[in-house]
Design a protein around this ligand. Structure first.
Ligand SMILES: [Zn+2]
Length: 353
């Protein structure tokens, strides 16, 4: 649990999060290895501390809210201190079976084919095709010529959701549908598929905020990926089940029907900071794209709750300019009305980058 404790320790100076520091009081107990009760051996139990939320527990153990509700036969996210919860079951602990990540495919050039067209059809990049076919001149493709490709070996992924390739040139296998859950509302179901990891993280964040601020409106989730990933207009990324667009929380708990441009006055720094911080503290976030003007608000809020400018360096690009390669939260155009979060590749993902 070392990693989790470090994360929690980082929170301690945040006034807002004094509550979360009490998570240290929570006890993690795995069942003693008992020969009488073999199937139970893989379960992990956790004793709820007074300031825990089910969402925070879900994020801590990287499981879904719906998993926790199901394993513990709970019908709401309200939890009671000192009760003991199952936080991991055998099915989650089981290490992924070895997967042969790609398989070789030979594409036979047809009339009109270009590297771009072949790349698009097989969902690989032009650069990759060039790498695999150094002797093939893309400008002199001939009908019948063979082009070698490596495509993901989907037959061996064993039903698990897998992110394949790059966010702007990838796909999603066995995509899991994000559904409305406590504190979380999905805008368009057809565009809300992700890896199980992505879904778990979003469910946990939504439920945590709902439990801490019961009057807050649900977190509005825009695009993730399509069921099988791939290009989803108008986005360039969102192809591999690791990207998600989240509406910002509006100050005063005002519920918005849709994404809406924020100003420093309407942007709810407290909840938006909390949302990003709990996700970032799982170590699963690669980037967050947010308009630079709103980064300034987050930065000021971070300072106001006791973070030093130095501590905010790895988190926020501000104040280094909107083109600077600093921090995990970066500027991108069009991100005045939502945050775009890209989660990292997981161990079960394939050719992920
Ligand atoms: Zn996006």
């Amino acid at each position: 649990m070392g990693e989790v404790e470090v994360c929690v320790a980082k929170w301690q100076r945040s006034k807002l999060m004094m509550a979360a520091s009490l998570m240290l009081a929570g006890m993690v107990v795995s069942t003693p290895a008992s020969s009488e009760n073999k199937p139970q051996d893989d379960l992990l139990y956790y004793t709820v501390s007074p300031e825990d939320t089910l969402g925070a527990i879900a994020l801590r153990f990287k499981v879904g809210i719906n998993d926790l509700l199901g394993w513990n036969k709970l019908d709401s996210i309200a939890i009671v201190a000192d009760t003991t919860l199952i936080v991991r079951s055998a099915e989650v602990i089981k290490p992924p079976a070895p997967v042969s990540k790609t398989m070789a495919v030979v594409h036979t050039v047809r009339a009109g084919d270009t590297f771009e067209a072949i790349a698009k059809r097989h969902r690989v990049s032009v650069q990759q095709i060039q790498q695999w076919n150094r002797r093939v001149n893309p400008r002199r493709l001939q009908i019948g010529q063979q082009v070698r490709l490596q495509v993901p070996n989907v037959t061996t992924t064993d039903g698990r959701s897998t992110s394949w390739g790059a966010a702007n040139g990838g796909r999603l296998y066995n995509g899991v549908a994000l559904q409305d859950s406590p504190g979380l509302r999905v805008r368009n179901q057809a565009r809300a598929f992700g890896t199980k990891r992505t879904i778990n993280l979003l469910e946990g964040a939504g439920a945590d905020i709902k439990a801490r601020w019961p009057d807050a409106p649900d977190m509005v989730v825009g695009s993730l990926s399509q069921q099988n990933g791939g290009r989803m207009r108008p986005h360039k990324s969102h192809q591999s089940g690791r990207d998600v667009d989240l509406a910002f929380y509006h100050r005063g708990n005002i519920e918005l029907p849709d994404f809406r441009n924020m100003t420093p006055e309407t942007f709810d720094a407290v909840k938006n900071w909390h949302l990003l911080k709990i996700l970032i503290d799982t170590s699963e976030v690669e980037y967050v794209f947010i308009d630079y003007r709103l980064q300034k608000v987050l930065h000021e809020y971070g300072l106001s709750i006791g973070y030093s400018a130095e501590e905010l360096e790895p988190l926020i690009q501000y104040p280094h300019g909107q083109n600077a390669s600093n921090g995990l939260i970066r500027h991108a155009r069009g991100h005045l009305n939502h945050a775009h979060i890209r989660f990292r590749c997981g161990p079960e993902d394939s050719n992920c980058r």
